[in-house]
Design a protein around this ligand. Structure first.
Ligand code: C2E
Ligand code: CA
Ligand code: CA
Ligand code: CA
Length: 280
């Protein structure tokens, strides 16, 4: 039994080393990819629930290694965060998204929302970089929303204070701030009252399975009412069915995003989608 335990420890150790080696290799490839600009930004429409028309898009980054299939952000954003590479990558995404959206905004009034990681908001130069991205693209500040997760502003300490300064400065310029994945963190409700935010994105884990799933619907209703009372715009994520869309509209949720309406698509396809929508 003792020998078996020892063997198991050895196997575990090998697995750990393997995992560490994989992580290091991923990081090296990721660093090379940032230098070689092997990324693309795809866009998912966000629709107005009253008329199902696309009024905004979320920018979602993809890694496109040459000759291989695209890699989704869940697989590399955490490593990019830990290593700090997200600062350069995130700035590139913001510039790309502003440039693409400037065209859509001029033509159809479409706005864009971009994910910002905690590491980017800890960078003292973030406000300057974001304003430079806007200026270079010609996109008005009022057409840009930045998405952050609840933890960023709630944690006390220097990083939260720095993040708060950036968001307040950018909001003063007209940029809007959204709380992403709302309801999945551990923060208290008081921050909704106190912090500089404009939009609540209801996490997809709150979408009811069907019309018998009353408990989920009750939670969604409570979130929508709370947000409305505070003057925030609500966006539901993970809207996959007709039932979701109807329920959310009946509850007074403003906007929705999900496979029921559209998946994230390349910029060229999004241009086609918006011009088709403008015809009807
Ligand atoms: P997120 O910000 O919550 O983005 C929404 C994710 O849900 C996207 O996954 C989107 O493709 C997916 N999704 C959209 N509609 C549906 C639906 O109806 N059902 C389901 N099951 N999923 C849906 P994606 O593109 O794989 O992105 C994953 C996460 O990676 C994002 O979650 C975000 O946290 C992060 N991410 C993506 N792009 C960036 C970026 O440029 N910077 C940073 N910091 N993070 C990013
Ligand atoms: Ca997001
Ligand atoms: Ca989200
Ligand atoms: Ca998420």
């Amino acid at each position: 039994a003792k020998a078996a335990g020892k063997d198991q420890a050895a196997v575990f150790d090998v697995a750990m080393r393997q995992e560490q080696a994989d992580r290091i290799r991923l990081l090296e490839r990721l660093r090379g990819a940032v230098d070689a600009a092997e990324f693309a930004v795809h866009y998912q429409p966000i629709v107005n629930l009253d008329d199902a028309r696309p009024v905004a898009v979320e920018a979602l980054v993809r890694w496109m290694p040459p000759g291989r299939s695209p890699i989704g952000p869940d697989l590399f954003i955490p490593a990019a965060e830990d290593s700090g590479l997200i600062v350069a990558l995130g700035e590139w995404v913001l510039r790309r998204a502003c440039a693409d959206a400037a065209v859509w905004h001029r033509q159809w009034g479409t706005t864009v929302t971009v994910n910002v990681s905690p590491r980017q908001l800890a960078d003292p130069h973030f406000t300057v970089k974001a304003l430079a991205a806007l200026r270079a693209s010609g996109l008005p500040a009022t057409a840009l929303t930045l998405e952050i997760t609840e933890g960023v502003l709630v944690r006390s300490g220097a990083h939260a204070a720095q993040a708060l300064l950036h968001l307040s400065a950018l909001r003063a310029e007209g940029v809007r701030v959204a709380i992403d994945d709302f309801g999945t963190g551990y923060s208290s409700l008081s921050y909704l009252r106190d912090l500089p935010i404009d939009v609540l994105k209801i996490d997809r884990s709150f979408m009811p399975a069907d019309d018998a799933d009353i408990r989920q619907a009750v939670l969604v209703r409570a979130i929508v009412d709370l947000a409305a009372g505070l003057g925030l715009t609500t966006v539901a994520e993970g809207v996959e069915t007709r039932y979701h869309a109807d329920l959310l509209r009946d509850l007074g949720c403003h906007r929705a995003q999900g496979y029921h309406f559209a998946r994230p698509i390349p910029a060229g396809d999004l241009t086609d989608l918006l011009s088709e929508d403008a015809k009807v």
